[in-house]
Design a protein around this ligand. Sequence first.
Ligand code: GLC
Length: 430
Amino acid sequence: MQVDETARPSDLKIWRSAAVEILRKNDRGGYTVPTDHLYPFQWNWDSAFCAMGIATFDIDRAWAELESLYLGQWSNGLLPHIVFHDVVDSYYPGPEVWGANHSPQTSGISQPPVTATSARFILDRAKGDERSEARAAALYPKILALHDWWARERDPDGTGLVGVLHPWESGADNSPVWDGPLNGTPATQTVFNRRDVALVDATMRPRQWEYERYIYLVELYRSLGWDGPRMWAQTPFKVADVGLNAILMRDEHDLRFLATRFGTEAERRRLSARAAQRQKGLETLWDAKAGAYYSRDLVSGEPIPIASHAGFLPLWGGLDSPDRVARLAAELRRWLDLCQFGAPTMAPDSPEFDQRRYWRGPVWAIVNWMIGDGLARHGVDDLAQRLRDDTRRLMEQAGFCEYYDPLTGEGLGGGVFSWTAAVGLAWALA
Ligand code: GLC
C-alpha cells in the first residue's frame, strides 16, 4: 500500500507537529533522552539522529545536541554510548556499574558513529550561516579524535575492519548475530535488578541469558581499568559487525567532507587513505555464494552466517559494485514481501525471527532511513520509496514508537521515542 501524499497534506503536518512535540518533551535542557523512564540519559547515536530531526526546526538546538554529547568524550577520543548527565535510578547499569573515570559520568563503550553525518546534515540546512560554520569547525577535531579512536583501539592490527567489544556497542543489542559469540562469554555472578522489564513487556526485551553476559563484559572491562589494548587482548566477545563498519564508513566519508572545510591537508590525506582501507575491509565480509554481508567473529576468525538488517547497511556506507547493490535489493524485496511493514531486522522466514523481540525481527525507523537513503543513493528508488512509505504508515498507525511488529504494525517497546520522531521529521514525513 502506498500513501497518497497529495491527498493528506494536513495529516502530514499534524504528524510532523507531533514529532516536534516529542523532541521538545524529551529535551532535558541541551540534550535529548531517547524516551522518558526507560532511557533517562543521553545516548550516543540516538542523539546524533535526534540532532538531524531537530535541525528541521531549530538549528541552534541541533548543534547543542551534538555539543552536549561530546561533553562525554574521553581524552583518548572514545565517545561513550551513554552520558549520565543526571542522577536517575530508573536505569540499570548506571554509572557505578561502569566505574568510568569521567565527568560528566559515562559508560565505557561506544556506539555506531553518526556524528559526522549528523553535523554535515545540520550544516547543509544551516545554509552558510556563520555561527553554524563556527560550531561545526569546533566539533570537527572532536569527531576526528573519535574516528582515530576507532582505528587505534578497535582495529589495532590495521585490517580496515573495527571490532565491537560488547553487543551494546553495535547498537543492535540482542541481534541473533551475537548468539554464537555470547555462547563463549561467561555469565556474571552478580545478582542484579533489571529496570527495563519493569517498564516494558519482557517478551519485547532481551532475555536474562543475554543480560547476564552483557553485565559480565562490563565488569570485565571495568576490572581492566577500561584500558583499550588489554580489553582487546582479553575479551571473549570481539566481532567485526558489518552494520557498525558500514555506518563508520559513511561517517568517515562525511568527516572527509568536514575536513575539506575545517581540516588540514594532512588530515584529508589521512582520511582518504583510511576510507580506501575501510572499503577493502568491508568487502572481506561479502559472501559471494550467499549474496550477503556477514559479520565476523574476531575471536574464532570465522564469519557468522546469519543475515540481519545489518547486511543491508553497506548501502548506507557506500558500495562501488552494481552487482552487489542488485543482489542486496533483490533479497530485501524478498524480506519485504514476507511482511506487512518493512524492513524487519531479521528475515521473517529465518529460524531466529521473533516479531516482537527488539533486534530479532521488529522494524526500527532509523534502520529504515539508513537502508532507504542507501538505496536512493544507489538509484534503487522504488524500494527506497517503499521503505519510506512503510515507515510513514507505521508512524501514522501506531505513533512514534521505539520499534514495530513487521507482521501487524503494532508499536512496541518504549512509546514517544525521540529518534523515531527525528526520522519522521528528517525523512519519512519530510
Ligand atoms: C537500546 C538500543 C540502542 C539505543 C538505546 C537507546 O539499547 O538497542 O541502539 O541506542 O536503546 O535508545
